[in-house]
Ligand binder design. Sequence first.
Ligand code: CDP
Length: 210
Amino acid sequence: MIIAIDGPAGAGKSTLARRIAEHFGVAHLDTGSLYRAVALRALALGAAADPAVATPAARALDLSLLEDPRLRDDEVTAAASLVAAIPEVRDALLGFQRGFAHRPGGAVLDGRDIGTVVCPDADAKLFLTATPEARALRRSRELQGGSGGSIYGRVLADMKARDARDSVRQAAPLVAAADAIVIDTSTLDADAAFAAALAAIAGRLAVTKR
Ligand code: CDP
C-alpha cells in the first residue's frame, strides 16, 4: 500500500505522514529531506542554484546527510527549493523515492509531487493545504516555541516566496493530483488532521477494493 501526501510548507504533511505510517505499520519517507540534503551538499560546494554543482550532488546523494541537524536551517530551506527546481536533480532523486515507495509492505511518502510524479499509482493521495497565515504561524511556533511572534513576519514572507517558486516551476510543480483528496488543515490540530486523513484513506481504499 502506497500513500502519497503532498502540499505546501507548514500544512502539516510530515507530522501527519509519520502518524499515518505508524498507524499502518509501514515505512515513511519525508522527500523534502532529500532536496534539503542535496542543498546542504551544494551549499558546502559553494553554489546551490548551479545545476553543474547540484546535479552531481543529487546523483551521489549521501543518505547519512538526512540525519544532519543543519537540514532545517533557513539557508538550507531556501536552497532546497532552488535545487528542487532543477529537472536533473529531480530525475536523480526519482529512483530512490520510487524504490522506497514500492518496498514490500508499503510506504507513506510526503512531498510536493508524490501523487503527480513519484507515485501516480499510489493507493491513496492526500493534498494538505492551509492558509499562508496558518502555515506561517505553525512553522514559526515550531522554530521558536510559544507564540512564535517575533519571527512570524519573516517566516510568512519566506514561505510565500518558496510556495511561489515551488508552484510556478516547470519541473514537477506543487499541484494536487486530479485524484487527490484535499484536506484544509487551517483550523485542524494534529489529531483532527489525522482523523480526517484516516477517514479519507479508508474511503479511498474501500473504493479501490471494489
Ligand atoms: O518542511 P517543509 O514543507 O518546509 O519543506 P520540505 O518538505 O522539507 O521541502 C523543502 C523543499 O524541497 C520544498 O520547498 C520544495 O522546493 C522541495 N521539494 C520538492 O520539490 N519536491 C518534494 N517531493 C519535496 C520537497
